[in-house]
Design a protein around this ligand. Structure first.
Ligand SMILES: C[S@@+](CC[C@H](N)C(=O)[O-])C[C@H]1O[C@@H](n2cnc3c(N)ncnc32)[C@H](O)[C@@H]1O
Length: 260
């Protein structure tokens, strides 16, 4: 075999290929199911995301007849396709934090568990379940007020650990719901902050394939991580880019302040 052929083979057999600089520290506007397949395998350290509550894309109407209308827009289908790709691009020691609330619609309060079941079937290991307790929930009449969401933590390997020393940290995190940013229901900065601090190190690459208003990337930047955000909505991408241009790395800001 020629040296060039050996080099190419070695490159493809390498466990970790670095991702093109064109993607790093960027908000990419497009369908994450078309963009993520262009990433090399094992290139992402941490994924933090919350998928769309409802999907308007035609290809996510699966089944026929009764199921055709019943399943229209079901978010578990897009999450299932995205997580299959995430399994390929996440590093072997990486983590995937999936924030899921529940709705009282078709699959109701059990929807998060249907999604988790499909991910486990793909090979993900559910390492932890965190409850985000909202201390300012929207009050409901005639039903119990829904005051929590889940954050499921997945890994690719049972041999997994936090990237930071965890001392008596509870798995119930309490912080308020934030006001909408643009048209998107954003999660509060505390949610990705805890995930990023516990499950990544400085300069690691954090990906949010459904980045919305950019919260995950804003926090990653503040904590001196690299980030990649993807969103199909042009409007969301613009909001995210604007927020990021107003965001400074806390570490760089601290250094800068010390030299003033
Ligand atoms: C629940 S929001 C995410 C909110 C985000 N966590 C924040 O803090 O702003 C879900 C996002 O997924 C986006 N989305 C839906 N389908 C998508 C797809 N196929 N590829 C990428 N983004 C998509 C929507 O435009 C929406 O902004």
């Amino acid at each position: 075999m020629s040296k060039m052929a050996i080099d190419i083979e070695n490159q493809y057999n390498q466990k970790t290929l670095s991702i093109s600089d064109n993607f790093v520290n960027q908000i990419i506007c497009g369908d994450c199911l078309e963009i993520m397949p262009t990433f090399p395998k094992n290139c992402i350290d941490l994924v933090v995301t919350s998928p769309p509550y409802f999907n308007i894309q035609k290809k996510y109407q699966r089944g026929t007849g009764y199921h055709y209308s019943k399943d229209f827009g079901e978010p578990l289908y897009i999450m299932e396709d995205a997580s299959q790709e995430l399994l390929r691009i996440l590093k072997d020691d990486g983590s995937f934090c999936l924030n899921l609330g529940f709705s009282y619609g078709e699959t109701g309060v059990l929807r998060p568990f249907y999604i988790v079941k499909r991910l486990i079937r793909q090979g993900w290991i559910c390492i932890d379940v965190i409850i985000w307790h909202k201390n300012n929930p929207v009050p409901l009449q005639g039903r119990l007020t829904n005051a929590f969401e889940y954050i499921f933590v997945f890994s690719k390997s049972p041999v997994w650990s936090f990237k930071k020393q965890i001392n008596y940290e509870h798995n119930v995190w309490t912080f308020p719901v934030e006001a909408r940013i643009g048209t998107v229901a954003s999660f509060p900065e505390e949610l990705p902050k805890k995930c990023i601090e516990f499950m990544s190190r400085e300069n690691d690459i954090v990906l949010d394939p459904f980045v919305g208003s950019g919260t995950t990337c804003v926090v990653a930047k503040k904590l001196n991580r690299k980030y990649i955000g993807i969103d199909i909505s042009q409007e969301c991408c613009e909001v995210a880019k604007r927020r990021l241009s107003d965001t400074k790395s806390i570490i760089k800001k601290r250094l800068f302040d010390e030299y003033k």
